[in-house]
Structures are given as C-alpha cells and as structure tokens.
Design a protein around this ligand. Structure first.
Ligand code: GTP
Ligand code: MG
Length: 426
C-alpha cells in the first residue's frame, strides 16, 4: 500500500503522495540492470546474560536468578521465482537483529529475528571474505563479562586452587561449547540454479550470553557476573546471476527484438527506429499450450544488439556476450526487409561468426532463426536466408514473422515451445 491515495498538509502545501508513488515506480524501472553484486552480511549479536539475585520477602541472601540473553538472528538466502531477474534490488549490507538481554527472575531474552535475502533462481553465491575467521579458527570463544553495577571487578583470587576469574572463564567456555561447538566452516558456495526455494544460511547469529545462575559453584555461592552474548558471523559474498532466461533473442541493432518481446509477453522494452535502443536485457514470460496440450512457460529475453567485432570487445562487446551466455537457448532475429542496413544473409553470417568466436557452444544453442519485418515484401531475401541457414545446420528452422503486425506468431511460439521442451528433456 503505503503511498496509495494519501495526501497530507505540510506547512501550507498540500502534498500528494500518489505522485511520489509514480516517481518511485519510474525510478525503480530505471534502475540499472545488475547481474553481479557484492554484499556484506552480518548475523545478529546475542543478548547479554543477566546478573541478578532473588529479592523475595523472608528469603535472605536470595539465590542467583539472572536469565540468559537471546540468540542473535541469522541471515539466509532463498530463491523466489518469477519476481525479478535482476540483482539491482539488493542492498549492500544486510544484518539480522540482535537477541535481547536476559532479566532477573530467570527471564531469558528473546531471539533476534532472522532475515531472508531473496534472489532470482540461477544465482551463484560465493563467500569471498569471512571477517571473523581468526576468532572462528581459534576454537576459543571471545568471552566478555557483564557485572552488577558497583562490582566492576571480578572476585579476587581464592585462597587455593584456580582464581574465581579463571574458574569463571573455564565455565563460560564450557557453556558456549555445549550450546554450539565450533565446526570447521568452509567458504560458502551455493548454486541456486534449480533450487527448491529453501532458505540457506549465510551468516549465523551469535549465541546469547549466560546469566549468573550458570556460575554458581561450591566456592562461589553468589556470582555477581554473567557473560555478554557473542557476535554474529560477518561475511562478504559475491552474488552472480548465471541464468538470465530460457530463450534469448539475439540480433543486430534495429532487427526488432524489443518489438517481438513486447508482442509476445507483457514486457515493455523500449522500441526505437535507431540502433542501440536497448542497452540492458529485458525479460518477459511466455505461456503457451504445446501441441500435446501441455502448458509450457519460459522466460524470454531481449538482449542488446550485437555488432561486428563484439567478440573483440566492440560495442557492448563482452558485456553483451556475457548476457547471451546466460540464455539456455537462442533465437536469432534478422531484419529481412530490403531497407535493412545489411542483407539478411550477411547479418546471419556476422552473428554466427561473433557467437562462434566468443564461445563455440553458443551456436549449439541456436534453435530458430526469426526472419522479422516480413510484412515488407521480401520473398527473395527469405529464400536466400533459408539457403544460408540450412547450409550451416539443417535442424535450424527459419520462421518469417512481422513483430509489429503480429503475423506468424503462432508458428513461432510453437517452435520455441518445442525447442524449449526438447532442451528440458535432455
Ligand atoms: N515494418 C516493420 N517494422 C518493424 C517490425 N518489427 C520492428 N520494426 C521496427 O524496427 C525498429 C526497431 O525495432 P526495435 O524493436 O527497437 O529493434 P531492436 O532490435 O530492439 O533494436 P536495438 O534495441 O537497438 O538493438 C522500430 O522502428 C520498429 O517499429 C516489423 O515486423 N515490421
Ligand atoms: Mg531493443
């Protein structure tokens, strides 16, 4: 909801927050496409244990009754399909909340709330730094103490045996160990490709501190100290979106990729009669009923235009080719109208060469060649394109369409659905 139709008066001015909402939406759509981000994640700190004594009437020297602190919350990562195919929504820092402190009367603090970072399926998560690595490997908990006001110093040395201080330290180490023994943690690496959506841990919250009840011993009948909670894990992760879409539309600038995406899906990629209208990929979801009456849905992406020399870094170069690498299947969009800057056969050869030079596996993913702008009479061009394509590989189908007039869409969708289901069944 939030800004719905709200209006309020600020000073003498009437502010319409509805306007703000549309501004926010416009801003959100203009956010840059990001496929690689670095995030810093921190688990919540454990709450401090409490040092207190019972204060009941007629009970002299009330017993120790300090409660434990609550554990800090943890941070998880999970996939949420169909919401976004971009990592630009992520913040640079994530932190779970701390547990609250324990209280007198054996009241324990509450747990910190955990948080989940949602990413699109196909994200690779890599831990690149563990900021608490030394502490975790030392197998020694960094115990910090809470004292009752007025008793800043721990009890003095006992007459014989270990000092109260050493004894308390030993007890605290044992307590923390019993609650969470240290384990050898390896850097996290998750491949959230075909994920079940279950949250996976990124940073564990810190253990809550122990109240003074836990430090009662034969020698010390009234421990006036408790431990603070431990800090949560703190790590840096690199997230990379590996799979962008199921089918990617590739072609030279102005071939009509954005127009086609808009007519097949609910996407609204900008269309313009000039080159490089699209500078970042746009996505849409196609839902079709296949020949076997099975509903098929796949994500279609309009990838920025490729130019000659892209495999050497020209134009959008590698940036563009990296997007293509993330498509499971590719469809080439070729302008077959006589008005095209270069002939359709030349365009096909050029695209094939760039893809092959960057990664020979990319041409293997090519399933359909879309001959666009067939509304402008171009029979000759279509025939020569079919010839050239069949010489490269017989199995690639050439489908004439008009993206603006929405002609040939049925056959195209059926071909795409066929290729997609075949690829999935492999
Ligand atoms: N006649 C005709 N024009 C088309 C057709 N499809 C697209 N166009 C026109 O071709 C021009 C370029 O279309 P876009 O969809 O922006 O092309 P693009 O491939 O996305 O271009 P870039 O984003 O620059 O790579 C626009 O003026 C469209 O109206 C078609 O089927 N027939
Ligand atoms: Mg475009």
């Amino acid at each position: 909801m939030i800004f719905g139709n709200l209006m309020f008066i600020h000073g003498r001015r009437l502010i319409n927050l509805g306007g703000l909402q549309s501004w926010a939406r416009a801003f959100a759509t203009q956010q840059k496409f990001k496929d690689k981000v670095i995030i810093k994640v921190k688990g919540g700190t454990g709450g401090a244990g409490c040092s207190s004594f019972g204060r009941e009437k007629f009970v002299p020297y009330g017993p120790a009754d300090g409660g434990n602190g609550g554990d800090g919350g943890s941070v998880y990562i999970a996939t949420r399909p169909g919401t976004f195919n971009n990592l630009s929504h992520l913040l640079s820092h994530y932190k779970a909340t701390a547990g609250t402190n324990g209280k007198g009367g054996n009241c324990h603090g509450s747990l910190g709330s955990s948080s989940i970072i949602y990413v699109p399926p196909g994200t690779i998560v890599k831990e690149i730094q563990n900021l608490n690595e030394e502490e975790e490997q030392s197998h020694n908990y960094p115990v910090q103490w809470v004292q009752r006001p007025g008793n800043e110093r721990l009890p003095k040395l006992a007459l014989d045996g270990p000092s109260f201080e050493d004894e308390a330290e030993r007890q605290a180490q044992e307590l923390f160990y019993s609650k969470s023994p240290p384990i050898n943690t390896y850097p996290i690496k998750y491949n959230l490709m075909d994920d079940d959506g279950k949250p996976r841990i990124l940073c564990q919250g810190g253990i809550g501190g122990f109240g003074n009840v836990h430090f009662l011993s034969e020698k010390n009948r009234s421990p006036k100290f408790a431990t603070k909670g431990l800090k949560g894990q703190s790590k840096v992760f690199e997230l990379e979106l590996k799979t962008l879409c199921d089918i990617g539309l590739v072609g030279l600038p102005n071939a009509g990729k954005s127009t086609l995406l808009n007519s097949l899906t609910r996407a609204s990629s900008t269309v313009g009669d000039y080159e490089f209208t699209t500078l970042q990929p746009h996505l849409g979801t196609v839902r079709v009923i296949s020949d076997n009456h099975i509903p098929v849905s796949f994500r279609l992406a309009d990838i920025p235009g490729l130019i000659e020399g892209a495999s050497d870094g020209r134009g959008l170069g590698f940036e563009f080719l990296r997007h293509i690498e993330r498509a499971k299947l590719l469809c080439m969009v070729i302008d077959i109208s006589p008005k095209a800057r270069i002939s359709c056969t030349e365009a096909f050869q050029q695209l094939w060469k760039e893809l092959e030079e960057y990664n020979p596996e990319l041409v293997e993913r090519l399933s359909v060649v879309i001959a666009n702008k067939a509304d402008i009479s171009a029979e000759k061009q279509l025939e020569s394109l079919k010839d050239v394509v069949s010489k490269k590989r017989q199995s690639i189908r050439v489908i004439p369409i008009s993206a603006t007039q929405r002609q040939g869409m049925d056959i195209l969708l059926r071909c795409m659905a066929d290729a997609y289901t075949k690829m999935k069944s492999l």
